[in-house]
Design a protein around this ligand. Structure first.
Ligand code: GRG
Length: 295
């Protein structure tokens, strides 16, 4: 199956599920309204899709991944709200619309992020589609590991501490392994937990997700450089790209493109190995994620 075909239907189902989870019928309407604003405003849903497509690729029950997928998107959304705050990136816009603290106010944005983070664990622990408490505990454990100080938040603080320093490639990769790839590892591991997959397959899925995460970050950095090249002229773009630790700043635009291709090749080899472990694995469906990485 092609990922596009799968994602159209599945994302619609996922959005309905998310809508139910975050119904705006609570007394604290402004908080939930602000959470829904950021959950709804145009994200690509790639992380939830990774959970659900992995289940599908192993011919598993896609509906059992909804809670993990919604929890993951909640945490991703909180990270973007907090990342846009004046104390972090100070961005007025996200996905072409006002960022949460501009559409509401800073206190609401901080609390919306806090509530999305906390509710992620509520969603998983109160889910009735995954019928094993052991699996739910494993999902909570892995999500807290990949999102918190051992994962995304740890990567974010190292990124902030590294600003203005000349990091080497290994240091940059270590930051993005935590900041970006860790949540993607959770996506594939969530499916592996639900399906109770073997340790060999789990570790290969994790390998795929780690390299996909790095590729996603390189792609994101390159898009910014190529966009600013177009919009503001090459000199402005290259000046700016040196302020922060990004792949194009460290490796040059061409070097970053080569690294992106190398990560894509690693992902493809990883999918082929999973297929060797399990002949029913739909590697073509998962290869669809690599289409996100075209420039
Ligand atoms: C504030 C705790 C905290 C963490 C922030 C994720 C993050 C860490 C910051 C966001 C900035 C950024 C560029 C992170 C790299 C990961 C990345 C490419 C995020 C954007 O993800 P997409 O493209 O977003 O999947 P959409 O808009 O599609 O949901």
């Amino acid at each position: 199956m092609k990922l596009g075909q799968f994602s159209d239907l599945t994302i619609a189902d996922f959005n309905d599920y998310l809508d139910q989870v975050y119904q705006n019928n609570y007394s604290n309407k402004n908080l939930v309204y602000s959470m829904r604003y950021s959950l709804a405003n145009g994200g690509k849903r790639i992380r939830p899709l990774m959970v659900l497509a992995t289940l599908k690729a192993f011919q598993g029950p896609v509906d059992q991944g909804m809670a993990a997928a919604a929890a993951l998107e909640s945490i991703h959304t909180y990270s973007l709200i907090h990342d846009d705050l004046p104390a972090m990136d100070d961005d007025d816009y996200r996905r072409g619309q006002l960022s949460n603290h501009k559409a509401f106010d800073e206190a609401t944005a901080i609390l919306a992020g806090d509530a999305l983070l906390t509710h992620a664990f509520y969603i998983i622990s109160n889910d009735d589609r995954v019928d094993s408490d052991t699996k739910k505990l494993a999902l909570v454990s892995r999500l807290s590991e990949t999102a918190g100080m051992l994962g995304m938040v740890g990567g974010q603080i190292n990124d902030i501490l590294g600003e203005g320093l000349e990091l080497n490639l290994e240091e940059l990769q270590a930051i993005h392994d935590k900041k970006t790839a860790a949540l993607m590892r959770f996506a594939l591991e969530a499916a592996a937990i639900i399906l109770d997959l073997s340790a060999d397959i789990r570790s290969e899925l994790s390998h795929f997700a780690s390299h996909f995460g790095l590729a996603y970050q390189i792609h994101n950095d390159l898009q910014e450089v190529l966009w600013t090249d177009e919009q503001r002229g090459k000199q402005a773009a290259s000046d700016e790209s040196h302020e922060k630790n990004t792949y194009p700043a460290l490796l040059s635009t061409q070097g970053a493109k080569d690294s992106l291709q190398a990560e894509i090749d690693t992902c493809q080899a990883s999918l082929a190995r999973i297929k060797e472990y399990n002949a029913d694995f739909d590697s073509d469906l998962m290869a669809g994620f690599l289409d996100y990485l075209s420039l």
